[in-house]
Every structure is written in structure tokens, then in C-alpha cells.
Design a protein around this ligand. Structure first.
Ligand code: ZN
Ligand code: ZN
Length: 348
């Protein structure tokens, strides 16, 4: 079968290659991939960025994929449209038992937190940017009817957004600022819209203009290009905010966010940086501000996104930027890297 292979950690060392398909055991299903979408982490691996030294190459990329079951022990599954959960959690640790498979390190503890041991397809094992994939039965999730392939292909990324949103107390009628109009930030905006947020403001930096246009199509109330006057400008639009999501990964955001939050406000960090940031301690204490980190997805947030995808209140179809044939994967990766407005998808 043909697959999109990153051959080494060298920047751009990616091509479409013929590789053998592994045999299916009786606890596994064979899925013919229809579409796989490109994630920020795929782009980091493509570019050979640091922070991915836990990846061994060559590797078939892709952890956001949808397809049709072609072979399974349970004949009723054959022909069903599915998405694939990229996690293989241990199922036994305290995190798994609490439904937080995205925190599963197979029962180990690390002072220095790394990507969970459970994060498998497209990271620790060949992923879904291929004509076929064989995965355990538990890793397929049946797609509800009416969910278009493109939306199915981006549903894992949307679940990253929902996992972050579910960290906060309440959405309905509340005011939100989202920093970073990349695919995750845009996904969060579309989820907030569908969940009945009161006000959503999306912040970008110069160069993000097209992404902010997409944010407007998603239905955010205001888009703002960040400059020195950002805090004042945002406080003119609202007397403080209930919740702020950082999807930019810029270490300057948390400090800015604390100034913008109401007392009792919540800051959720989704973007990743290895830089330290500083917060003035009394501001967190006197403001009763909560700061959360959010990483990856759980089976339950993934399921809920698939449910939401059948509801027209959630403008997920606005998030698709461009669909490429997988044969043009390199072109697609270059386009995605170059500030695509939304998700870039490979079709198989
Ligand atoms: Zn991803
Ligand atoms: Zn576990």
C-alpha cells in the first residue's frame, strides 16, 4: 500500500512510498482510509523541530483519520464509516480508570511531563496517512450518519479543542478570548459557538489575517490583530472576560490573560512552548484565577465531537481549508505550514 512516510528527523524528509500492510489479527479491524488531516504535530515532525525526540523514524504520519471498515471479525462492521482513536491507553492506571486516557503513562510517574505513552498511531506506530491501517477493535469509533468525510477527518483535532473547553466551569453566555487562530484555536471557536458562548474574541498576530477571516466565518464576535495596545483594546470591548484559551503557545500570553480575566476567571493553556512564563502571584490569589493545561483527547470528548458534528449549530465545515490528493502530500504539508486558514486534508 502507499503511505506518507517521514523517513528521518531531517526537515522535509517526507515522501509517498509503498510499504507492506501488516496482517490483521482477530482482535483487529482493517480500515480503508478515506481522508487524513494534517495536525500541528505532524508539521513539527515534518519540519524536524525539537521536542519530538521520542519519535523513531521512518514513520507513517497521521493520527486524524477516517475511513471504511474493509475487514473485521464482526461482519456487521464491514462497510461502516469510522474514525480512529490514535490512543492505546493501558486501561488500568488511575488516569485511565477516570477516563483521562490522554494522561496515561502506563502507570509510570515522570517529574518531567512528556507526551503520554498512550499516544500511539502516527507517533509511536505507523499512522493513518496511508491507504489502509490495521487497528484494535476498540480503536474504531462508528461515525454517525450525516457527518461528511471532511468533518470526520478533522474530528480528532476538534476533540483536542473540546478537551480544553471541558476544563472550564461553564460556556453558555460566558465571554471568551482565544489566542491563536490556527486549526486548534479555530476549532475551539467553532465549538464555543455551538455550545452557546456569549461572546468570542479571536486574537491573531500580523500575518494571521486569512485565519481571522475564517474565524469570522465560524461566527466569532470580534477578531483582533495583537499589538502593544491589545489589553486596552480588549478591555474596551468587554469589562473583563470569563475564560481565555491560549492556542498560540506564546509564553507572553498567560501574563496578558491574567490582566484580561475577571475575578474567578479561567485560563486554559493548549499551545505548547518549553519557555517559562511568569505570573504575579497576588494576581492569581486575589483574582482567584484558575490556570489549566490541556493536552490531547479522551474517548469521551472524541465521542461528543462526533455527536456535535451532526448538529448544524456547530460550524465545523468552515474549518476545512483545502483537500489534497495524498500523492501531493509534500505540497499539502508545505501549504499547511505556510499559515493555512484551517485544516488541510489528504484524500486517499
Ligand atoms: Zn493532532
Ligand atoms: Zn492508563
Amino acid at each position: 500500500m502507499k503511505a506518507v512516510v517521514k523517513h528521518s528527523n531531517q526537515p522535509g524528509d517526507l515522501s509517498v512510498k509503498n510499504i507492506p500492510l501488516k496482517d490483521r489479527s482477530k482482535d483487529e479491524v482493517l480500515v480503508k482510509i478515506n481522508m487524513a488531516s494534517i495536525c500541528g504535530s505532524d508539521l513539527h515532525m515534518y519540519a524536524g523541530h525539537s521536542g519530538y525526540d521520542w519519535i523513531t523514524y521512518p514513520l507513517v504520519l497521521g493520527h486524524e483519520m477516517t475511513g471504511e471498515v474493509e475487514d473485521a471479525e464482526d461482519a456487521s462492521l464491514i462497510g461502516r464509516c469510522v474514525v480512529i482513536n490514535p490512543y492505546i491507553p493501558c486501561g488500568k492506571c488511575e488516569h485511565c480508570l477516570d477516563g483521562r486516557e490522554n494522561q496515561c503513562d502506563n502507570g509510570q510517574f515522570f517529574s518531567k511531563k512528556v507526551a503520554p505513552a498512550s499516544l500511539n498511531y502516527g507517533f509511536r506506530e505507523n499512522g493513518g496517512m496511508a491507504e489502509y491501517i490495521v487497528v484494535p477493535n476498540e480503536n474504531i469509533m462508528l461515525l454517525p450518519e450525516k457527518v461528511p468525510n471532511e468533518v470526520a477527518a478533522i474530528s480528532e483535532a476538534l476533540a483536542v479543542g473540546l478537551t480544553a473547553i471541558e476544563k472550564v466551569k461553564d460556556v453558555q453566555g460566558k465571554s471568551f478570548v482565544v489566542f491563536g487562530p490556527g486549526p486548534i484555536g479555530l476549532g475551539i471557536a467553532s465549538l464555543l459557538k455551538g455550545l452557546g458562548a456569549g461572546k468570542i474574541i479571536m486574537i491573531g498576530i500580523p500575518g494571521d489575517e486569512k485565519r481571522l477571516e475564517t474565524a469570522e466565518q465560524v461566527g466569532v464576535d470580534e477578531t483582533v490583530i495583537s499589538d502593544e495596545a491589545l489589553t486596552d483594546q480588549l478591555l474596551q470591548l468587554s469589562n473583563g472576560y470569563d475564560v481565555i484559551f491560549d492556542c498560540s503557545g506564546h509564553h507572553s500570553v498567560p501574563n496578558q490573560a491574567v490582566k484580561l480575566l475577571k475575578k474567578g476567571g479561567e485560563l486554559v493553556l493548549v499551545g505548547i512552548s518549553t519557555q517559562e512564563f511568569q505570573l504575579q502571584m497576588d494576581q492569581i490569589v486575589r483574582g482567584e484565577i484558575s490556570v489549566y493545561g490541556s493536552y490531547g483527547i479522551t474517548r469521551s470528548t472524541f465521542n461528543r465531537v462526533l455527536e456535535y458534528a451532526t448538529d448544524s449549530a456547530f460550524p465545523f465545515n468552515q474549518l476545512i481549508s483545502k483537500v489534497y490528493s495524498f500523492e501531493d502530500a509534500k505540497e499539502a504539508f508545505d501549504f499547511a505550514q505556510n499559515q493555512a486558514n484551517g485544516k488541510v486534508i489528504l484524500q486517499f
